[in-house]
Design a protein around this ligand. Structure first.
Ligand SMILES: [Zn+2]
Ligand SMILES: [Zn+2]
Length: 304
């Protein structure tokens, strides 16, 4: 999997950071891509990246502030004009459906692909053959969520050579054994799938936060996560100001990662007051608390 940051700024775009959007490329697990938030200009950022609108199968919206959703109408209508017919599922807090329906109808727009809109609450959003995704309430002036993405463990490979050597023929039997099942053969032999499977690969866990001040849900949302993505809107000296607006400081993001036992922290959603040359100083504030921290810039790519 890959995390590509399409926009890493807070509130308003700057020359160096567009507003929030993160693409999770599922490559290696299945084709397709998930998008987390869609600030204004996200489709322009996508055109400068490898992310294709047609590949997006799900969009998760953390909250309805403009810097997280104003890119949606343009992205959806472009996807339609490009002739994409695959279903897209959009998850977001209550009101996301009214926002989409209103902007599309007032602008005389329509979509040629099925758009499923799911208005979410805290808890499990779905669990499919590869992932389980849950939403966790954060602390922000409007309803806001963080998402925990848990990849299921991948079963080990079936040792076909050894099965053949033991006189077990390929076909339906192999499929049963691959699932770890025990089967009885025609000659009465009992064969256990587990005896022919290699070691399972542990699935990855990601925690992607929306805007928040320090919040009680963080410890569980990001518990032992391989990667935690958290906002760091302002430096530690401006912590009070950050908190008064429902945001976190660098140090608070790092403290949340440390308390949750996350393995790696990526900070994003930086105020437009900061320029590229401020990055090192802000990152140092985080690393003093949680050494394995990286800062996301627009088009930063993290291979997981
Ligand atoms: Zn924001
Ligand atoms: Zn916000």
């Amino acid at each position: 999997m890959e995390l590509l940051f399409l926009g890493t700024g807070a509130g308003t775009p700057s020359r160096q950071r567009n507003v929030t959007s993160i693409a999770l490329n599922l490559q290696g697990t299945r084709s397709g891509c998930w998008l987390f938030d869609c600030g204004e200009g996200t489709q322009h950022q996508m055109m400068r990246s490898q992310v294709k609108t047609g590949k997006i199968e799900k969009i998760f919206i953390t909250h309805l502030h403009g810097d997280h959703i104003f890119g949606l109408p343009g992205l959806l209508t472009s996807r339609s004009m490009n002739g994409i017919s695959d279903t897209l599922t959009l998850y977001g807090p209550k009101g996301i459906k009214a926002f989409i329906d209103t902007t599309l109808s007032l602008s005389g727009s329509w979509l040629t692909f099925p758009l499923e809109i799911v208005e979410i609450a805290a808890g499990e959003l779905f669990s499919d053959e590869h992932f389980r995704v849950t939403a966790w309430p954060l602390t922000h002036p409007v309803e806001c969520y963080g998402f925990r993405i848990e990849e299921h463990d991948k079963p080990g490979a079936l040792d076909a050579q050894r099965l053949l050597a033991d006189g077990i023929k390929p076909g339906v039997l192999f499929q049963q054994l691959k699932l770890g099942k025990t089967v009885t053969m025609d000659d009465g032999r009992v064969v256990r799938g587990k005896d022919y499977l290699g070691p399972a690969t542990k699935g990855l866990t990601l925690a992607i936060f929306g805007d928040t001040s320090p919040t009680p849900a963080a410890a569980e949302l990001a518990a032992n996560a391989d990667v935690m993505v958290h906002e760091a809107t302002l430096e530690v000296a401006l912590e009070e100001k950050a908190n008064s607006r429902g945001h976190s400081s660098t140090v608070q993001a790092a403290t949340a990662a440390k308390n949750a036992g996350a393995k790696k922290l990526i900070v994003t959603h930086l105020s437009s007051r900061y320029l590229r040359e401020d990055a090192e100083r802000l990152l140092a504030e985080c690393r003093a608390i949680f050494p394995n921290t990286e800062m996301a810039h627009d088009f930063s790519l993290f291979r997981l």
